[in-house]
Design a protein around this ligand. Structure first.
Ligand code: ARG
Length: 585
């Protein structure tokens, strides 16, 4: 436990219940104290119900034993209820103590339980020469939030943008460019409203068409792949140029979104090309990769297909080529052996679940992935359009991400301008950008990750409901109260009794670290969204029930402290979601 860390009351109560279990029933020592927040008191323990059978007594009797040995110390008093619940009420002084302790440091009392863990997060990973689609938006936003949360909790996060920058399609693309020097695709040749990647997308389609129609061109394209893979300088130079152009367009999206990804994080598929040989040799020597109809495959020992046969992972295709599977085998080996990661996260849509299951199985059989290392596919659902079908343009094409973000920002601008007509245009522009981008991110992060979700811009930018804009606005309202008070240095008088609404708010503030640990364990940012939303609502209830600015001291100071800690927690939590918290809106 580092010296900034404040143990949440939930944890303190759990320790107290554990103490009571140890004293009353030493044979049950170490059992889960089953403590949670409660409506009837501050916390409730169901330990007696869970353990009665093993103790050989009625739950109510065990509860009485536990209550009798409960140390009515700083943590509070215990009461028996129902068939054997322990209701625990924490003294006001202890609640105020938590608030002041969390206010004392920049980390809001949150510890670093992830310290010592090196975590690779594979996210974003769009494909070169193709438009980034809404699916890539999800991985970019979810991966980024996880990178922030895990990093804040002390993990050494290594971000990896596994760009799709290698493969046979490049032979076709390069060959086409060589034969059509007039084709425009570079950013400096384009009009302002086409991104380089859209032009590349067009080029891709044109090349594909010729490839399918003209067998001679298809042959020349295949030779071009060979030239690329054998490192022919002119071909390689062309490939690099295409990658660089695409990356510029991706960078525009990353800058707009304000994600952490830097050019150094781009470690695309091509990076692993020199490692494929060794990886395959190792798998063959271990008897894991085997010949099958002129190809080299790894048959799963765990998964069978519809026909009952084991599902294969393609290590080398019949034509001798290496694909996505091969690269991911080399990648996981590299991340374990060279990056020395002990947690591997892959943020991609749920349709790749089987792929990662097979990769993890193979890595385990190869002895790379051990029990000390955690590998997880952080899967997410599909982005749907308003019609409930996969999100496409009216013409059925991919929706351009930049257009989507522009649209969200424009709508956010309209709702903010309506709410606050006094903002000057420059301030409005900045706030609209923060609100619009925040709205898109929040809509994505607040839905349970594995579910599909409908992209509905109007709902996203609403000032009411569980939206990013609502939370940003809640933060600005509290900041405005604090500004009116002159942003004072507040100190808490812990002898002042707590009103119910103050207590509810304070207990929620105390649960911040517990929520972050849940996010990091379950890899589910929506838990943080739900927490912040609940916090904002608890604040509203408090502010409706309790005067702040015109209360008398020392009550006023205590309430300003609650305002301050709420504002800081909201801002910090939004920050971990990658969302800005403006001062006014
Ligand atoms: N480029 C892939 C896609 O667009 C995602 C790559 C994910 N990462 C990985 N190591 N396979 O679907």
């Amino acid at each position: 436990m580092n010296h900034h860390e404040v143990l949440p009351l939930l944890g303190q109560v759990a320790n107290a219940v554990s103490g009571a279990i140890n004293r009353a029933r030493p044979e049950l020592a170490g059992s889960d104290p089953v403590v949670r927040r409660s409506e009837h008191s501050d916390f409730q323990s169901n330990a007696a119900l869970a353990l009665a059978k093993r103790a050989g007594v009625k739950p109510r009797d065990l509860a009485a034993e536990l209550a009798a040995t409960f140390d009515d110390g700083p943590i509070g008093s215990v009461e028996l209820s129902g068939p054997g619940f322990l209701n625990i009420t924490v003294p006001d002084k202890a609640v105020w103590g938590q608030v002041s302790a969390r206010m004392a440091g920049p980390r809001l009392g949150v510890g670093t339980p992830e310290e010592g863990r090196r975590t690779v997060i594979d996210y974003s990973a769009p494909n070169i020469a193709k438009e980034m689609h809404v699916g890539h938006l999800r991985t970019t936003i979810i991966g980024d939030s996880l990178a922030r949360v895990l990093g804040f909790l002390g993990a050494e996060v290594i971000r990896q943008n596994h760009l799709g920058d290698w493969g046979t399609q490049f032979g076709m693309l390069i060959q086409y460019l060589n034969e059509h020097p007039e084709a425009t695709w570079r950013r400096d040749e384009l009009s302002d409203d086409t991104s380089a990647v859209s032009a590349l997308d067009e080029l891709y389609k044109a090349a594909r068409k010729e490839f399918d129609a003209d067998p001679a061109f298809a042959d020349r394209s295949r030779s071009r792949v060979v030239a690329l893979q054998s490192g022919d300088p002119a071909t390689l130079a062309r490939w690099k140029e295409i990658v660089a152009e695409s990356e510029k367009a991706f960078r525009d999206i990353y800058d707009r979104l304000g994600v952490l990804l830097t050019p150094e994080d781009s470690v695309g598929e091509s990076f692993y090309n020199p490692m494929l040989g060794d990886t395959i040799t190792e798998l063959v020597n271990a008897g894991i990769a085997v010949d099958s109809e002129d190809a080299l495959v790894i048959f799963s020992e765990e998964v069978t297909g519809p026909d009952g046969d084991p599902v294969p992972l393609m290590v080398r295709k019949r034509d001798g080529g290496y694909g996505y599977d091969t690269t991911d085998l080399a990648t996981i080996r590299y991340r374990i052996h060279d990056l020395k990661a002990n947690r591997l996260l892959y943020v991609t849509d749920s349709r790749q679940a089987l792929h990662f299951r097979l990769i993890f199985e193979a890595a385990r059989r190869a002895g790379w992935l051990t029990d000390a290392i955690d590998a997880e596919h952080v899967a997410y659902g599909t982005v749907l359009g308003p019609d409930g079908r996969p999100f496409k343009t009216r013409a059925g094409g991919t929706v351009r991400l930049m257009d989507l973000l522009d649209d969200a920002v424009a709508r956010a601008r309209a709702v903010v301008a309506e709410k606050n007509p006094d903002l000057d245009p420059a301030a409005l522009d900045q706030i609209a950008e923060q609100a619009g981008i925040g709205a898109v991110k929040y809509a994505d992060l607040s839905t349970s990750r594995v579910k599909d979700y409908a992209f509905d811009v109007n709902r996203m930018v609403s000032f009411t409901g569980n939206t990013g804009v609502y939370l940003q606005y809640a933060h600005t309202r509290i900041r405005s109260i604090l500004r009116k008070a002159g942003d004072p240095e507040v100190t808490i008088d812990p002898t002042i009794p707590l009103e119910p609404a103050e207590r509810a708010l304070a207990l929620e503030l105390d649960a911040y670290s517990t929520t972050l640990v849940e996010v990091s364990d379950a890899l589910e940012p929506h838990r943080l969204c739900g927490y912040l939303y609940g916090l904002a609502r608890d604040f509203t209830t408090f502010y409706e029930a309790c005067h702040v600015l015109n209360a008398d001291e020392p009550i006023r100071g205590n309430r300003l402290a609650l305002c301050q800690l709420t504002a800081r927690t909201l801002k910090h939590g939004l920050g971990l979601l990658g969302i800005a918290a403006p001062e006014r809106m």
